[in-house]
Design a protein around this ligand. Sequence first.
Ligand SMILES: [Zn+2]
Length: 249
Amino acid sequence: MTSWQCPYCNHFTIVSHKNRTMQTIRLNEKSKQGPAGLEVTSTACANPECIELTVDLAFGQVEVIPRTHSAPLLRLLPMPRVLRRRLLPEAKVISLPDEVPDEIKITYSEAVLIADLSGRASAAMARRCLQGIVRDFFQVPQEKRGNLGAELSLVKEQISPDLWSDIVALRSVGDIGAHMDKNVNEIIDVSPDEAKILIQLIETLFTEWYIARAKRRQRSESLATMLSSKRDAQKLAKASARVGDEPES
Ligand SMILES: [Zn+2]
């Protein structure tokens, strides 16, 4: 039994043979790949409120282990290369308000879609997304634009402390993803799951900054409309009261 984090509900749940099935399917052997196989891992979330199905695929060379009384056992070899893909849940892109510039929307969806293929590329996209958001949301003037670190320190006072530390972490991992850290010569990997944490932070910024601002504006407009309709009603009431006050002749 192992602990596992469900990608749907984010709960850590226990995985056992009851809620996880692993099967290796043998693929056609006539190709250059030789004896290749597809390992399918399906996991049902143990959280009773969720019970969603996660499906992971791994493709690679297989070892065929003969058995006397049953069909041969297939085992995926760790070398030379195993290709992994998550089939379910599908990468989810949240819908963003109109005021988020298209460039940021595109970079965000690229970060989401590439996460399973390359965590590093996704982290680099998430970092670019962060820079776009900071420039746009806080209206960083053109002449002050350049280095993300400097742009961030310009707006630090306007960011809540808990978000600030997350943003600093995203920037650092993104730098590693984009290979911008000049002191490191070897490429440090970013796993798809780590990239997804960065994407979640970007989504938090969309929600807490753009979506919250859009809601505040909407509420102010509704309040202004409400107030003007109340004033109109008040004027009408006063006018009719005046008519009522006129002495009868
Ligand atoms: Zn779940």
